[in-house]
Unconditional design. Structure first.
Length: 389
């Protein structure tokens, strides 16, 4: 039977991160959000706490933890702010984890220590201007030219791709000469490489304090040894990484859903209407009860998926379920929290206003809700028209 209780060591880490989020992130993140400014100091301080290294071995400067521990920490950060949480999640779950899972010893030794310290951020470049959910339809191309890979193409909506501390950008590119039917390889392109251009930052509805850019590759050359994993097997590799990333995103969703409960329940006790705290009215009580139920369900879903993954058991369906359940909860709770706050909930200076803007992206990134339903249906033995795994 699944036991969601945390061991004492992880409980202590959870308390430490929760305290950091409330004391350090919460007081200043609104300003970064308003300015659409990347919070370098917050990232640095998270790195000093060792948070970027949680799921990696100590030999690389990590904590020797696992997906479960990392997800618990992500939830506590997202309970206060999603921009910082998504910066951490993208660098660790997608970028650094790809290097750790599929990279060579030399690649791990070169990149993981600085990634674990948070001195460098990683990006995972999969989505393109004309394709997101249909990842097999990539147009970015890569070919071998002697002892180098040459890349041409573009990517869209790539997190952590244009910061001053961006290091390895892992690019999914079609290299059809070798490999499975998809012929995709993952190639590491360091920031600043000739032929690699970072477009201007997007102006986003939410996640305003995170870094997101379009990328372009024009005869971009990198050494042949920058291949991550097996040539032509990149499709299977990024699907594996995305499955684990969906657990992390589900934890972020759970944190946002819980943050909405925190803020709305506090406000309901303080806000007066008709001579009473609005929390005394049944209409508000029912909203808060439903929000608590959704947040509880989201948390159990991601903890279950993370525990299955930590045991080394198949977790594709569990990850898809967790991300679907938790993103639904985040969106619904953000909507209801904004309603409880009224006009104040529509202001970006309010955490609830930021939660409302941030929640929608959680139903899109790392597997839309529609794709997740297809994944779940396939695990139930139902035939699918689309090649979704």
């Amino acid at each position: 039977m699944f036991d969601h209780r945390l061991d004492p060591e992880l409980e202590e880490l959870q308390r430490t991160v929760a305290g950091f989020a409330r004391a350090v992130i919460a007081p200043v993140i609104g300003g970064f959000y308003e300015r659409q400014e990347f919070p370098y100091d917050l990232v640095r301080r998270l790195g000093e706490l060792g948070i970027f290294g949680i799921p990696f071995p100590e030999k690389y400067g990590g904590m020797g933890g696992d997906t479960f521990a990392f997800a618990v920490v992500l939830e506590e950060i997202a309970r206060v702010d999603t921009s910082v949480a998504i910066t951490l999640e993208a660098s660790v779950s997608l970028g650094a984890m790809s290097i750790y899972r599929f990279g060579t010893d030399a690649q791990r030794e070169q990149w993981l220590p600085q990634l674990c310290r948070g001195e460098t951020l990683a990006a995972f470049a999969l989505t393109e201007p004309d394709g997101g959910s249909d990842a097999a339809a990539l147009r970015t191309r890569a070919h071998r030219d002697g002892d180098a890979w040459v890349l041409n193409g573009s990517k869209a909506f790539i997190t952590n791709s244009g910061t001053a501390i961006t290091g390895p950008v892992l690019v999914a590119a079609r290299a059809p000469a070798i490999g499975d039917a998809h012929g995709i390889s993952i190639i590491l392109v360091p920031a600043g490489t000739d032929g690699f251009t970072v477009g201007k930052a997007y102006s986003k509805v939410g996640w305003a304090a995170s870094d997101t850019h379009e990328l372009a590759f024009a005869d971009c050359r990198v050494p042949a040894e920058n291949l991550i994993g097996t040539e032509g097997q990149g499709y299977a590799q990024f699907l594996e990484v995305l499955d684990e990333g969906r657990i992390a995103i589900a934890a972020v969703c759970s944190g946002l859903a819980r943050g909405c409960v925190d803020e709305a329940s506090r406000y309901a006790r303080e806000r007066l209407a008709f001579g009473h705290a609005i929390g005394e009215f049944q209409a508000i009580q029912f909203k808060l009860a439903d929000m608590e139920a959704r947040a509880h369900g989201a948390r159990l879903a991601y903890l279950h998926a993370a525990s299955v993954a930590a045991k080394g058991e198949p977790f594709k369906k569990d990850a898809a379920l967790a991300k679907l359940i938790a993103s639904d909860a985040a969106m619904a709770n953000a909507r209801e929290a904004a309603q409880i706050f009224g006009g104040s909930g529509f202001m970006t200076e309010s955490p609830v206003g930021r939660f409302y803007r941030d929640a929608k992206a959680l139903e899109i990134g790392e597997g839309t809700s529609e794709i997740l339903r297809l994944v779940i249906a396939r695990t139930m033995g139902l035939e699918a028209v689309l090649d979704v795994r």
